[in-house]
Design a binder for this molecule. Structure first.
Ligand SMILES: N[C@H](CCC[C@H](N)C(=O)O)C(=O)O
Length: 281
C-alpha cells in the first residue's frame, strides 16, 4: 500500500499528516505509525495525525498516534498543523476557522495569517478524577502537592487539557535531567493513564520557560497542551498571569486562560515542511 503524507511542525514538534477523509478509521495501524515516526528507519516525527470525516457537528475529526503508538486525546501543536493541512487541502474553498472533533471534545482553530493559528482549547479540567491522578481525592484538585520521583520530593500541580499534565516549577529548567527523570514521572503509579510532565521556570509572571517530557513521545521541542496546562497551573499557584508567553526549546507560544469564559486560548505557528509518499507498509 502506498500512503501520501505531508510533514508539518509546530515549533519543532513535528507530525506526519494523512488525508484520511475517505475512511472513518485511520488507514494505518498504530504499529505502522511507530515505524513511520522512527527518525532513522522511517519518515521521523513525534506523531501521526489523521484528518477524518467530521463527527458530532465537527467539520473534521482529528485522531493522533504518538510516536510510541499510543493514542492521546488531544495535541495542541498538532491541531494548529491540522488546521493548516485542511486549509491546504481545501485550497480556494478553505475557511479560516474549523470545528474539529477530538477525543477531548470540539476544538476550534482559527488561521490568523502569517502562518499563525489561534486555538480555542476549551476549559481545563482540574479534578483528580479528570486528570486522572491519585494525588488527590477524586473530586478534589491536585494543586502544589508532593510527588516522590528519583529520590526527590517535587511540588506538582495536575491539569488536563483533555490529556493529562503534571506541572512542576523549578529554578533552572536547563538543569533538569529530562531523559533520566521524565520516564519516572510518565510511568508513576499516581497517573493511571501515564502523564505528560512540564518543568517551568518563571522568568516573569507573563513569561515562562518550559521543557517537557511527553507521554508516548519523550523529549519534544514543544508541547501545546503542555504550555496551556502550565499557564493554568501558574495561575492556580499564584506564579503566573492569566496571559503569558511560554518559551519552549522550539520557540514561543502565546497562552491565555481567559477570565471571562474560563477557556484557554493558544496562538502559535504551524509550518509545512515537505510532502511525500511511503510504501511497503
Ligand atoms: N504526547 C501527548 C500528545 C501530544 C501533545 C503535544 N504534542 C501537544 O502539542 O499538545 C499525550 O500523550 O498526551
Amino acid at each position: 500500500m502506498e500512503i501520501e503524507f505531508t510533514k508539518y511542525h509546530g515549533l519543532g514538534n513535528d507530525f506526519i499528516l494523512i488525508d484520511n477523509r475517505a475512511d472513518t478509521q485511520p488507514i494505518i495501524t498504530s504499529e505502522q505509525a511507530v515505524q513511520l515516526c522512527d527518525r532513522h528507519f522511517g519518515i521521523g516525527a513525534d506523531g501521526v495525525i489523521f484528518a477524518l470525516p467530521g463527527e458530532e457537528a465537527g467539520d473534521y475529526t482529528m485522531r493522533i498516534f504518538n510516536s510510541d503508538g499510543s493514542e492521546p486525546e488531544m495535541c495542541g501543536n498538532g491541531i494548529r498543523c491540522f488546521a493548516q493541512f485542511i486549509a491546504d487541502l481545501e485550497g480556494a474553498d478553505a475557511k479560516s476557522e474549523y470545528r474539529i472533533h477530538t477525543l477531548a471534545g470540539v476544538i476550534i482553530p482559527k488561521i490568523e495569517g502569517e502562518g499563525k493559528v489561534k486555538v480555542d482549547m476549551g476549559m481545563p479540567q482540574l479534578l483528580a478524577a479528570q486528570i486522572p491522578t491519585t494525588l488527590a481525592d477524586a473530586e478534589q484538585k491536585a494543586i502544589a502537592v508532593p510527588l516522590q520521583v528519583a529520590g526527590q520530593s517535587w511540588e506538582v500541580t495536575c491539569v488536563s487539557m483533555g490529556n493529562p499534565h503534571c506541572i512542576t516549577f523549578v529554578e533552572d529548567v536547563a538543569a533538569i535531567p529530562l531523559e533520566a527523570i521524565g520516564p519516572q514521572f510518565e510511568h508513576h503509579p499516581a497517573f493511571p493513564q501515564r502523564t505528560n510532565t512540564e518543568f517551568i521556570q518563571v522568568v516573569r509572571p507573563d513569561y515562562l520557560k518550559m521543557r517537557v517530557w511527553e507521554r508516548g513521545a519523550g523529549v519534544t521541542l514543544a508541547c501545546g497542551t503542555g504550555a496551556c496546562a502550565a499557564v493554568v497551573a501558574g495561575v492556580l499557584t499564584g506564579k503566573s498571569d492569566r496571559k503569558a508567553t511560554v518559551e519552549l526549546p522550539g520557540g514561543c507560544l502565546e497562552i491565555e486562560w481567559a477570565q471571562q469564559d474560563q477557556r484557554v486560548y493558544m496562538t502559535g505557528p504551524a509550518e509545512r515542511v515537505f510532502r511525500g509518499k511511503v510504501s511497503q507498509l
